[in-house]
Ligand binder design. Sequence first.
Ligand code: GAR
Length: 193
Amino acid sequence: MRNIAIFASGTGSNARKIIEYFKQSPEVRVALVVSNKKDAGVLDIAQEHGIPTRIINRQTFYESEEILDVLRIHHIDVVVLAGFLWLVPPYLVRAFPRRMVNIHPALLPRHGGKGMYGIHVHEAVKSAGDSETGITIHFVNEHYDEGDFVFQERCAVDPEDSPSDIARKVLQLEHRYFPEVIAQVVASLPQNA
Ligand code: GAR
């Protein structure tokens, strides 16, 4: 059994899909949900499914390595960022080399970086006049929205689409693909590591 931790800051619709996808899995368990917001929807979803949760605060996250102990206690193999909006500190990146993935709601390297999250991304796609957008799932490094790509999928942007229309299309792709891409990342871990 491999254990994954989901880090999320918001509504948690991706987290819900991931939790549901692995619910019956004999190979992968969502063993922990971590959030930087104590009222994040994702915490309710985790509790509904009996998954342990942890709330982190900025000072402890950036100035200590306490979260590493938490991840060790829960035997976490892979960390999944599903709408987690804080930059991951170097000590945590180093602890999960090619074992931490993020999803970004655009075709990186377009429309990434600090401040580029949620609707801001779709507004940028709209104002750039892009004819397509999509999702990027990538390994996490020490910079926002960088790191080797694991997967991309695209969708068309129609001229009349508003940023929220674009958001809806992109979220559908996220829900459709993110759980199975996570399953592939977990399946490709070395056997005895
Ligand atoms: C998702 O669209 C995800 O791609 C985005 O936050 C949303 C979270 O939605 N992440 C970023 O923008 C990261 N830069 P959810 O809470 O409903 O899963």
